[in-house]
Design a protein around this ligand. Structure first.
Ligand SMILES: *Cc1c(COP(=O)(O)O)cnc(C)c1O
Length: 355
C-alpha cells in the first residue's frame, strides 16, 4: 500500500460543548483525500487540513450526480479510547454503492487504514458526553471536468469527520409519519440500494410537503403498486406485530442499513421471530385494527432507533402504542448504544478500537 502523506495543521478548531454540537455542522481539523485517474487507479492518499477544495465548474458530479457516500460513527469510551462501530460493514457497502454508480472499486483495507490514521490524528475531536459521537462521512465524487454525459475518468475520495450531539437531546420522541402516496423514492433496477445523493435529491419535495402538513418523516411505498412498505427517509423500518419482528426484505430498491442488520441479528440472538418479507401498508393498518400492531420503529446510524408514534395514509391515521416509545424499541436502543459507548460487553464484535 502506498504510504499516506500527512500535512498537519495542528489543532485549529475547538470541540464545542455537547449542546452546541448539533448534527453535521462542525468539522475536525483534517480530512483524508485520495484521487483516481483512469489508467493509474486510486493514488495519492493524503491527510490534509480540512477546508476549501479546488474544483472545476464543469466537474461531472455537479451536473450529473455521479457520487456516493457513507455515514458511520466512532465513540469515546470512559477511559478515553476511541471505538468505531462495524467499520467493515460500512466500507463494503461503500464499494457496493460504487458499483451502482460506475465508480471504480476501492481497496477496503486501504480506506480502513486511512480512516484509522485520520481518527488517530483527530482523537481529541471525539466527544465524550453520553449519546455523542464522531460522525464519519466518506464520499466519492466524479471530478473530471466534462459536460458530455459519461462515466468519469477521474474521481476524488474524501473522508471528513464531524462531532455530533446526542440525537435525542430531549429524550426519545416518537415521530409522526406520512405514508407517501404521490411521490416514489426508488424502484427495482434503480439506485435505491445505493447510498447516493440522487436518492436524497428526489426525496426533498415529498419531505417538504410532509413537513408543511405537520409530519416529521415520510414512509415510502413501492413505486409500482404503491402498496408495499419500503423505508423511511434516512432509515429502514421495522414492525412488531403479535410478538414478531417484521421488516421489508431487501428487494433491490431498499437501502440495506447496517443498523437494520444489527437489529435483526440482535432480535434473532434474543430468540424472537424475525421475518424479512413484503409487507403492505394495508396489512399494517389491519394489524392495528386487530390490536396486534405493538410497535413501529426506524433504524439508522444517526438516530440508531427512532420510534414511530403515528402513521397517516390517505388521510387515515393510526396511533401506535399511545404515541409512546415502545418497550422493545427502548430495549434495542439501550443495548446498541450501550455497546457503542462501551457500557455493555461487545459480544458480537461490533466495535473496533482505534489503536
Ligand atoms: C443510510 C441509509 C439508511 C440507514 O442505513 P444505516 O446503515 O443503518 O445507517 C436507510 N435508508 C437510506 C436511504 C439511507 O441512505
Amino acid at each position: 500500500m502506498t504510504e499516506i502523506q500527512v500535512n498537519k495543521v495542528g489543532k485549529v478548531g475547538v470541540l464545542p460543548t455537547d449542546k452546541a454540537l448539533g448534527f453535521g455542522k462542525i468539522f475536525t481539523d483534517h480530512m483524508f483525500v485520495m484521487d483516481y485517474t483512469s489508467g493509474k487507479g486510486w493514488h495519492s492518499p493524503r491527510i490534509i487540513p480540512y477546508g476549501g477544495l479546488e474544483a472545476q465548474p464543469a466537474m461531472i458530479v455537479f451536473h450529473y450526480g455521479q457520487a456516493i457516500f457513507e455515514g458511520m460513527k466512532a465513540f469515546k469510551t470512559a477511559d478515553n479510547r476511541v471505538n468505531i462501530f462495524r467499520p467493515y460493514e460500512y466500507l463494503n457497502r461503500f464499494n457496493r454503492s460504487a458499483k451502482h454508480l460506475c465508480i471504480p472499486e476501492m481497496d477496503v483495507e486501504q480506506i480502513h487504514d486511512a480512516l484509522i490514521q485520520l481518527l488517530t490524528l483527530e482523537k481529541d475531536w471525539v466527544p465524550n458526553q453520553p449519546g455523542t459521537s464522531l460522525y464519519i462521512r466518506p464520499f466519492v465524487v466524479a471530478d473530471e471536468p466534462h459536460l458530455g454525459v459519461k462515466v468519469a475518468d477521474s474521481y476524488r475520495l474524501f473522508i471528513i469527520l464531524s462531532p455530533v450531539a446526542a440525537y435525542y437531546a430531549t429524550g426519545f420522541n416518537p415521530v409522526s409519519i406520512k405514508v407517501e402516496d404521490k411521490y416514489v423514492r426508488a424502484t427495482k433496477g434503480g439506485l435505491g440500494e445505493a447510498k447516493t445523493p440522487a436518492n436524497y435529491a428526489m426525496s426533498l419535495a415529498a419531505q417538504q410537503e410532509a413537513y408543511a402538513e405537520g409530519f416529521g418523516q415520510v414512509l415510502w411505498l413501492d413505486a409500482v403498486e404503491r402498496k408495499y412498505i419500503e423505508e423511511v427517509g434516512t432509515m429502514n423500518i421495522l414492525f412488531k406485530i403479535n410478538g414478531e419482528i417484521i421488516t421489508p426484505a431487501l428487494n433491490g430498491s431498499i437501502l440495506g442499513g447496517i443498523t437494520r442488520k444489527t437489529v435483526l441479528e440482535l432480535c434473532r440472538s434474543w430468540g424472537l421471530k424475525v421475518t424479512e418479507r413484503q409487507i403492505s401498508i394495508e396489512e399494517v393498518f389491519e394489524a392495528h385494527a386487530k390490536g396486534q400492531l405493538e410497535e413501529v420503529f426506524g433504524s439508522g446510524t444517526a438516530a440508531v432507533i427512532s420510534p414511530v408514534g403515528e402513521l397517516s395514509w390517505k388521510g387515515q391515521k393510526i396511533v401506535i402504542n399511545n404515541n409512546q416509545t415502545g418497550e422493545f424499541a427502548q430495549k434495542l436502543f439501550d443495548y446498541i448504544t450501550g455497546v457503542q459507548s462501551n457500557k455493555i460487553a461487545d459480544q458480537f464484535n461490533w466495535m473496533e478500537e482505534v489503536k
